[in-house]
Design a protein around this ligand. Sequence first.
Ligand code: GLN
Length: 312
Amino acid sequence: NQPLAISPVQQYLERLHAELQTVSAGEIASYIPELTRADPDWLGIALVTVDGHVYQVGDSRQPFTVQSISKAVSYGLALEDRGLDAVLSKVGVEPTGEAFNSISLEPDTGRPLNPMINAGAIATTGLIEHEDGVDPLQHLLEAFRRYCGRELSIDEAVYRSESETGHRNRAIAHLLYGHGILDRRPEEVVDLYFRQCSMLVTARDLALMGACLANGGVNPVSGIVALKSDWVHRVLSIMSTCGMYDFSGGWIFNVGMPAKSGVGGGIMAVLPGQFGLGVFSPRLDDKGNSVRGIRVCERVSRDFGLHMFNVA
Ligand code: GLN
């Protein structure tokens, strides 16, 4: 009996994992106290192709909170629920070059500049609305279920921790309400936003979510539509220009793949038409992006010449 051959992709990811395991730069996010309970050494990498092959190494099954990566899902859902014009009237599409928690609102209208900063994400969460009046949290969980092919749960401790300390996000929600950007009560919207950020995912989930976006919105493992195809290029565009906070320019320049990061330590990257890549490593740089997460994506892009704009 021949031993089963290990795929070259798996071998590559294992080597990359071993190499980057030694990198210890960065700090775990502490402004949400409960996040400090993460093990700083965790490193999980997963890659899911548009034909449904799943590769994963290291702590790829370790749950952590999705945080800002949820903003890509909620934006797609708001577009499905409300349509483009309604969403654009409340949230813009311009990068800010400012930190994720900046209060970047247009002076006259109060419209947040884009849906990937907290202000824009809170406005977006306020737009989520199922036509049959289904509870918005269930509606959001249902969207995640389509992307991940499984039911996600909320990390109650992280949710409570953020809710108890999230004064800035609360203030942003009140500002948005004052400007008429939110039409539901700010307390209600920010509570949903905190729950959305506290959903537990794994690097594998992120890779699969990315693969859905790489695959025109269809989950390549289940065949279920995670996001209607009309909206996929909109979500990917915003991820390309705004997904890595105030590192978005450097990111797209170097890595050349739309991506979204979260302060839990996750990064979801997408190579359209090819694959989704999910990385989890909780030590963050000063902009709130996973240090080793960035390194993994840079390496995958460079080692295989995958920069989206490099077609030579
Ligand atoms: N829940 C976090 C916050 O609002 C999400 C931020 C992030 O991941 N960048 O501060």
